[in-house]
Design a protein around this ligand. Structure first.
Ligand code: AQP
Length: 347
């Protein structure tokens, strides 16, 4: 929390879960284990789930317009193929609900420059070329706060990398409630960063996050990879020469081994202790083929369903349109109320 954050007021609205994935390229195993699988678990627990395709976030870096539309459908296909049910979960493209942009502007005037200056993801993504980065890339976490608070979301399932952005959302909610004298108007949402795979690492470098933008395709398993490609990427994954340890502590200082064990645990629905109990003492010559088989059998149904859906864009579009209408029913009254609170003119 920043030093400017006032005391948290109580929010007594309903429980709501919200998250999104950028339409910025092919999805990978990190997105699947850190985000998609979690959304489905929450939906299956009966929670009201809102999941959007973050196309407005995607354009913070250049996107070919023709590809952006296809990528938006592809993320929606991944949501459906992973098990999200459009009757239960509200699935929609961010840009189809205008209130996201409206609330983001108001939040740009609530958030402080000092808060954004601390965001490590901007520093990583802008690299040495900060001056050439888009202004949108800088204010990205403010749009993310609008995405979340527009639905008065109480919980946000994300991977570890989004923790700092979630803290900024909490600060914006608290500052808005405080500045405008509306305690409890916005909830101060909780991040849900749980499970054995909140930070899946690159297969080529145990110190780097598995990421869409990594130039090496061998660093990640894409949801669109076929069985042979998955097996070959796991076979080539960087490891050390030691066998797997007999205890979890033995994975310390062995980032690549730790990552592969975490991936196995997440895919098999086991704890890392259980994986170590099964494979401790065995070399990667035995563990990697077992992991490859598991990855292929877990991802094959998702990949096949994604392909089927991608061949039927009309079905995806129906889901997105209905989802956008349902999302707007929640979002529009919230942004109307915010405009009233801020003092904007209305007839
Ligand atoms: N490696 C990861 N392990 C666990 N969770 C991850 N997520 C991303 N990478 C991992 C989670 O996936 C959700 C959607 O992420 P996103 O596409 O919106 O943005 P991102 O985090 O920027 O994903 P990438 O792959 O790293 O994209 P690039 O390379 O474009 O930056 C989020 O919940 C995220 O935590």
């Amino acid at each position: 929390m920043t030093d400017q954050t006032p005391a948290v007021a109580t929010y007594d609205g309903p429980r709501r879960i919200l998250s999104g994935i950028q339409a910025s390229g092919a999805l990978h195993l990190g997105n699947y284990l850190g985000a998609l699988k979690r959304f489905v678990e929450l939906q299956d627990q009966g929670a009201p789930v809102y999941v959007f395709v973050a196309d407005m976030h995607a354009i913070t870096v250049w996107q070919d317009p023709a590809k952006l539309t296809a990528q938006t459908r592809e993320i929606a296909a991944a949501y459906l193929a992973s098990g999200l049910d459009p009757e239960k979960a509200t699935i929609f493209p961010q840009s189809a609900v205008r209130a996201h942009a409206e609330l983001a502007w108001i939040f740009n005037c609530v958030a402080r420059l000092g808060w954004l200056d601390r965001m490590t993801q901007f520093k990583e993504k802008s690299g040495k070329h900060k001056e050439r980065s888009s202004v949108g890339l800088y204010t990205y976490p403010v749009l993310q706060a609008a995405d979340i608070l527009l639905y008065k979301a109480t919980e946000v399932p994300v991977g570890e990398d989004q923790k700092q952005h979630l803290e900024l959302t909490r600060d914006i909610a608290a500052k808005f409630n405080n500045d405008f004298g509306v305690p409890g108007f916005f909830p101060v949402p909780e991040p849900i960063i749980q499970g054995p795979a909140t930070r899946v690492m690159s297969l080529r470098d145990g110190a780097a996050k598995m990421s869409k933008s990594d130039p090496s395709d061998n660093s990640r398993i894409n949801l669109t990879d076929d069985a042979d490609t998955i097996a070959s990427k796991i076979k080539k994954a960087k490891t050390d020469p030691e066998p797997l340890p007999e205890t979890l502590d033995g994975l310390n200082e062995r980032p690549e081994a730790k990552n592969l064990v975490a991936i196995y645990a997440a895919l098999a629905g086991l704890t890392r202790e259980q994986v170590i109990a099964q494979f401790g003492g065995q070399g990667f010559g035995a563990f990697k083929p077992a992991l490859a088989d598991l990855a292929v059998s877990s991802l094959a149904p998702v990949t096949a369903e994604m392909r089927r859906l991608m061949d039927d864009p009309a079905e995806i579009d129906r889901v997105l349109k209905a989802g956008a209408e349902r999302a707007a029913e929640v979002a529009d009254p919230v942004v109307d109320e915010v405009k009233k609170i801020v003092g904007f003119w209305r007839a």
